[in-house]
Structures are given as C-alpha cells and as structure tokens.
Design a protein around this ligand. Structure first.
Ligand SMILES: Nc1ncnc2c1ncn2[C@@H]1O[C@H](COP(=O)(O)OP(=O)(O)OP(=O)(O)O)[C@@H](O)[C@H]1O
Length: 252
C-alpha cells in the first residue's frame, strides 16, 4: 500500500534519513519505532508532503507521492494525527468531525448561503457520517459536548475520528497513546484494531513498547536514520541489534 524506497533526507549536512526501505501492507497495522531523534517524525512529514526528500521514492497504491502538496496527499487517502493533539476545543464533537468531512462535500459556500435543498441533504449526510465516526471511536452519545471538556484519552479518540472524516485508506498515528493511562491505552488498542478490521491501513509511530508489540502486525526500527530491523513483533523483540539500540534502554 505504502512503499518507501531508498528514502533519504538531509538538513544541510545533517543526514536524518539514509537509504530507508520498507513497505506498509494494505489492511495491516504497521509500527515505526526507534530512539528519540532517530528520524521517525521526518518519515511522517515526508509521507504527508510537509517535507520533500533529498532522494528516494514514496509510492502510495502504486503512484508516487513526491512533489504533491499535503492536501493532495490527503485526497489520495492518507490522513494523520499529531503528537500534540489538534482539535477545535471551543467546538462540540460533532462540529469537530464535520470540519474534516466538509472538505469532501460537493456543496460549497453558495449552497450554504442560499441554504439549498442539495446543501441541506449534504449536511444531513455529513452529520450522519460524523455521528457514525464518533461511534466507531467510542464517543457516541457525546456529539454535543464541547471538545474542551474531554479527558486526554477522549481527545485522542476525537482526533482519530477527525482523521477518519477525510475518508483515508491509510491512517498515520503519531504517538497515539502518549500521555494516556493504562486503561485508556487498552481501549484505544481495541479501537485501532476495529479500524484495521474495517479495512483501513494503520501506520504508527509509538514509544510505548507494550502497545506497539501488542498491536502491530509488523514493525520497522529506525536508528540514526537507518532501518536496522523489520519484521513481526516477535522477530523485533528478539533482534540483538534492536535490543542494543532501543529496547535495552526502555524504562519498562
Ligand atoms: N526541519 C528540521 N531542520 C533541521 N533538523 C531537523 C528538522 N527536523 C528534524 N530535524 C532533526 O532530524 C533528526 C530526527 O528528528 P525526528 O523528529 O524525525 O526524530 P524522531 O525519531 O521523530 O524523534 P522523537 O522520537 O524524539 O520524536 C533530529 O536530529 C532532528 O533534530
């Protein structure tokens, strides 16, 4: 689904990524791990068009993403959440999700101004879809609650629903469980599995080893800008180079 070939990125003389290769298969949960500063966020920024690579290719569903601006990449079917949650705190949950959907509405400002039948139907559909997405992430029944009043874990779920509103095929999650308590993590794990089972691909950066190992189908390990291992959680867990580079330094 997402194919990364010989990818490199330098900032001046700093080689942040060098000859990075891996493939995120469709319908799977894929993890990208590695110590702080290894280059994980740079990979996400390259895939989502916030940065352009120094060399190499990024193909999504057989077509290159290189040179496309972020919004075109979103339209190709890649959505993203951020390490620092980005939601509209002064809006309710339904409005937060509908903002993501509005990009896909056929009826623009004129329809809204004149409140045409077409616009009303599109709004009704968007509303129903937003409510469905809130149910998917376990926030049903709270559509009219202000986002600001949500717990941290629920804010993450809302961000998740907002990303799904762009109708992606692949969802990029940047440290989805950062700051969550253990029970929130367990719930989110189940929800990410449900999303995968609905046919979405999930590609995540995560530092929480228990979460990554328990959830991902495959994992790539970055260390100083290079992939040092790729494989199933069991293979990664037992890889001596990975243990030395990363797992050995884990607090847990
Ligand atoms: N725009 C930039 N200009 C210069 N250097 C950058 C830029 N973005 C990232 N870097 C450097 O690239 C390296 C990799 O950063 P990156 O954020 O990709 O790492 P990471 O693996 O996501 O780390 P963390 O786990 O701490 O989030 C770091 O040394 C960082 O300082």
């Amino acid at each position: 689904m997402l194919s990364i070939r010989r990818l490199s990125k330098s900032f001046g003389g700093l080689h942040v990524l060098q000859d990075v290769n891996f493939e995120v298969p469709a319908g799977s949960i894929y993890g990208l791990i590695g110590p702080n500063g290894a280059g994980k966020t740079t990979v996400f920024n390259l895939v989502t068009g916030l940065l352009q690579p120094t060399g190499g290719n990024i193909d999504f569903q057989g077509e290159s993403l290189l040179g496309l601006p972020s919004h075109r990449i979103t339209h190709r079917g890649i959505a993203r959440t951020f390490q620092n949650i980005r939601i509209f705190k002064e809006m309710d949950l339904l409005e937060n999700v509908m903002v993501g959907l509005h990009d896909h509405l056929e009826y623009g400002t004129l329809g809204m101004l004149f409140n045409t039948a077409g616009y009303r139907l599109a709004e009704k559909r968007a509303r129903e879809r937003a409510l469905e997405l809130l149910t998917w992430v376990g926030l049903d029944g709270r559509a009219d609650v202000l986002a600001d009043s949500l717990s941290y874990g629920d804010q993450r779920k809302l961000e998740f629903a907002r990303a799904l509103a762009t109708e992606p095929k692949l969802l990029l999650l940047d440290e989805p469980v950062a700051g969550m308590n253990p029970s929130e993590k367990t719930v989110l794990m189940e929800e990410i599995r449900n999303i995968r089972d609905r046919g979405y691909g999930v590609f995540m950066i995560e530092h929480d080893m228990r979460f990554v190992m328990g959830l991902c189908d495959r994992i790539a390990v970055l260390n100083f800008g290079r992939i040092i291992a790729e494989g199933t959680p069991d293979a990664i867990r037992n890889n001596p180079e990975v243990i030395e580079a990363y797992l050995g330094k884990e607090d847990d």
